[in-house]
Write a protein that binds this ligand. Structure first.
Ligand SMILES: *[C@@H]1O[C@H](CO)[C@@H](O)[C@H](O)[C@H]1NC(C)=O
Ligand SMILES: *[C@@H]1O[C@H](CO)[C@@H](O)[C@H](O)[C@H]1NC(C)=O
Ligand SMILES: *[C@@H]1O[C@H](CO)[C@@H](O)[C@H](O)[C@H]1NC(C)=O
Length: 457
């Protein structure tokens, strides 16, 4: 045969891990992965209070200057598993299916491995069985790929003459949750839009032996077996596949409270759906901004906020990223609520209070919602309209159900939380993103969004 095997082709490249070694598919192909939503909590109030807990930890950690003491910047992420979207990934030979949290706020793809000593969940299928795969191998600590992950502290000196010296990583999420294990490579089996089965050799991923912290353990992780990092860094799933499918991905998170819940999709590459939307000019764009201190995050720039069309008197500097890397606004699929820098949040809250014509009710303080209304007996509650004017002259106008959530029977609360200025950053969480087709175009460094792109496939 005149064709070199795909393995040799792969090895030809310096960073073999970033290459998709399947010469059969055409560049028009893309991947379309269903996003599942699971909610193990009995009430939205419960899930949201756990989400806010995570983030309050996150911001105090940043405030404490931890950002400086870690080698890799803090990453948000796999949050509490509450208002979470999951994606299924098949890795290994033969393939094993694993359910991962889809997280645009972090980079690492990792799964619980069978050797996990304290993953606390030992049901069959709850971890990746490395012994059952003929293609699994940890990266050697001397491998250049090993420099792409934060290593365990104190760093293990790598002796390259020792044959079995796996690359040990330790990856931390913003709330202090961590996963550690061997940074490894494995074959992933993907089904492309044209129905072809494609093999991605050498998907770089973390084979997790230890997990700790609320984001990645216990009931709050909701039975997930790992995290699919979709962040901007080179080791994220989106980046590793970017070379093959065009450096973009998109998703549409649909309202999971609808019955039956519609299926949301994560598309890697240019799905025809996206093409159609941009052609019909339904797509709005805002530049993706970068923060060298948090290179995983997708930042967007907010210029102003309006409630019922009236621009709020918020100093624009509230939205900027300062020289320490604090501030800015991150778009994160792994966080449920939205978080606004404190002075902006206060203005939004005041405007809502003023505009609401419904009876305001006090919720139990532990729920930490600042504004709730009683909508009992009101068929179509009139809720104020929120809109964000973004960089690039686009306006994000989410429907009220993206920021008012029915937290108890006929009680709706503003699903937003404050963040201290100068110590954290604003977050557009997944609830706020619902019903929008979001297109992360990394080559053009822009985020496209449209409320028209979510029509059923
Ligand atoms: C590396 O391993 C070899 C063989 O075990 C040993 O002789 C050598 O001293 C080690 N080097 C370092 C720097 O530890
Ligand atoms: C796993 O072990 C780590 C370190 O020993 C510990 O901090 C963590 O709480 C443990 N996690 C679970 C789920 O037991
Ligand atoms: C909401 O209003 C209804 C009727 O006006 C009342 O019966 C109910 O107790 C109120 N709910 C709360 C949580 O205040």
């Amino acid at each position: 045969m005149a064709f070199p095997s795909s393995l040799t082709l792969c090895m030809f490249f310096f960073f073999a891990i970033f290459h998709f070694c399947n010469s059969l598919s055409t560049s028009q192909d893309y991947l379309k992965l269903p996003l599942l939503h699971k909610n193990s909590f009995s009430s939205p109030a419960q899930l949201l209070s756990s989400d806010s807990h995570r983030l309050s930890v996150l911001f105090s950690a940043l405030h404490g200057g931890h950002r400086r003491s870690v080698k890799s910047p803090l990453i948000s992420g796999a949050s509490t598993g509450s208002g979470q979207y999951f994606v299924s990934l098949r890795i290994g030979s033969p393939p094993q299916s694993l359910l991962l949290v889809a997280d645009t706020g972090s980079d690492l793809v990792w799964v619980k491995c069978s050797a996990c000593r304290n993953c606390s969940d030992y049901r069959p299928g709850s971890a990746f069985l490395t012994r059952h795969s003929s293609t699994f191998s940890p990266h050697h600590c001397y491998d250049p790929a090993c420099r792409l992950v934060p290593s365990l502290k104190p760093s293990f000196p790598c002796n390259h003459t020792v044959l079995h010296s796996p690359c040990r990583y330790e990856y931390s999420y913003a709330d202090g949750s961590t996963t550690s294990g061997f940074f490894s490579k494995e074959t992933a089996t993907l089904t492309t839009s044209s129905g072809k089965e494609a093999k991605l050799r050498d998907l770089a991923f973390g084979c997790g032996f230890r997990v700790s912290g609320p984001s990645v353990t216990g009931a709050s992780f909701n039975g997930a077996q790992g995290v699919m990092g979709l962040g901007r860094g080179s080791i994220s799933f989106a980046s590793q596949l970017g070379h093959r499918f065009g450096n973009k991905f998109s998703y549409c998170l649909l309202d999971y409270t609808i019955s039956p819940p519609p299926t949301s999709y994560l598309t890697i590459g240019s799905g025809d759906q996206n093409g159609a939307v941009s052609k019909s000019s339904g797509m709005n764009y805002t530049p993706l901004l970068t923060n060298p201190l948090s290179p995983s995050f997708y930042y967007i720039g907010i210029k102003s906020v309006s409630v019922n069309g009236a621009k709020l008197p918020i100093n624009p500097s509230v939205w900027s990223i300062d020289e320490l890397g604090n501030g800015g606004t991150v778009i994160d699929s792994g966080t449920t609520l939205s978080f606004l820098a404190e002075p902006a949040y206060r203005h939004v809250l005041a405007a809502f209070r003023q505009k609401l014509k419904l009876p305001i009710v006090a919720m139990k303080p532990k729920l930490s919602f600042d504004l709730c209304v009683n909508v009992s007996g009101v068929r179509r509650p009139m809720l104020p309209k929120l809109s964000f004017r973004l960089e690039g002259k686009s306006v994000l106008s989410p429907p009220p159900r993206n920021y008012f959530l029915e937290v108890a029977d006929r009680v709706m609360c503003l699903a937003m939380q404050p963040v201290k200025t100068g110590s954290g950053f604003s977050v557009i969480g997944n609830l706020m993103q619902q019903g929008f087709l979001l297109d992360f175009d990394k080559d053009r460094s822009r985020l496209g969004f449209s409320r028209r792109g979510c029509a059923s496939p």
